[in-house]
Ligand binder design. Sequence first.
Ligand code: TRP
Length: 438
Amino acid sequence: MNSQTRTRVLTGITTTGTPHLGNYVGAIRPTVQASRDTSTDGFYFLADYHALIKCDEPARIQRSTLEIAASWIASGLDPDIVTFYRQSDIPEIPELTWLLTCVTGKGVLNRAHAYKAAVDKNNGAGHDPDSDVTAGLFMYPVLMGADILMFKAHKVPVGRDQIQHIEMARDMASSFNHLYGEHFVLPEAVIEESVALLPGLDGRKMSKSYDNTIPLFAPAAQMRKQIAAIVTDSKAPGEPKTTEGSALFQIYQAFASAEETAAMARAYAEGIGWGDAKQMLFERIDREIAPMREHYQALIDNPAEMDKILLAGADKARQLATPFMRELRHAVGLRALSSGNTAPAAKEAKTSLPSFKQYREKDGQFYFKLVDAKGQVLLQSLGFASPKEAGQAIAQLQTDGPAALDTLKPVLALNLEAEKVLKEVLSLLKANSDANRK
Ligand code: TRP
């Protein structure tokens, strides 16, 4: 497949901590696997600007950046194949953040989960709603939108808690496209259903905030000790054990094949002692991690080499970001005074392609319409239960053009007289979307 038709997959990890088994199973391992799919172009980055929102310890951010970068590479990510970079090495990202800030409703950001949670907590405690809330936390979704839209990502693999951010990025892209012409690709979140949510030492989700993690690349002896600390019930060896609700079993499953997992389930039923089960778990994890541990340590011991790798990645990323930013600056009017179009009346954007508008009606359903430059409605949808379904129909119209009309007829209110014009417009949009897939 050539680069024009390849799907762009992009994701980032915030650099605030030491990677643990939960990060490995939930994010690092699946992205490394996905990066080997030759029908996709991978963009993987260290979200260190995002880290500043949560962390004011410079040394920790620096160390975490090194550790996460080394973990990704030691786990098999190949910087020669994917574009692997550090967010703060791309000055175009904060620049784009500003352009997006200017097309993002403040009310939309008021509804972002992370900000709302902080406000709810303050309200609950009787504090000022915005007490201790930085503008950085408030702007988090816009910075993330810039990460995604800068590289015209089609698919963004994330955890469930991030879906809202991807939807906001879509909205920013459509608002911008509507105002200034079709520049951005509308991204989609990818939630990997099969990826395990790993429990931690205490049985709750493994997370730095619960202090229940097992570091991914701890020395073997330390990992063995930590595994020994996983909570179990107090059943004695010989007593049958239940796999359900067993953190130890769930962690084992995240590393083992189906056969190995079935064998472990039988061992539980036959009353394996907890000490033996923990030894089996340690050996299984170590079998996967040990071959990477040395590589990880070599990378950690040579931060200058990692700087080189990341700067080379930033170079590659900026080959796209720099010209694209130039295009965007021009589109919004930040351009040479001699470059024409100085007459204030000429609203160039209004001569741009018709665009899709998504909205919600009082009936609670989600709709879209296709509106041309003069505000004329070319196509009206019926109601959808979720914004995602409406978005999928739009995506189908954009990528398949007139051909999509046949399958979508039941969900559209078509004006047959206008069908010819509509088909021409959809062909144009399809051509545009094909061009954007570069
Ligand atoms: N917010 C993401 C997280 O905490 C990290 C992130 C930053 C990201 N920018 C991104 C993920 C862009 C995907 C795409 O998990």
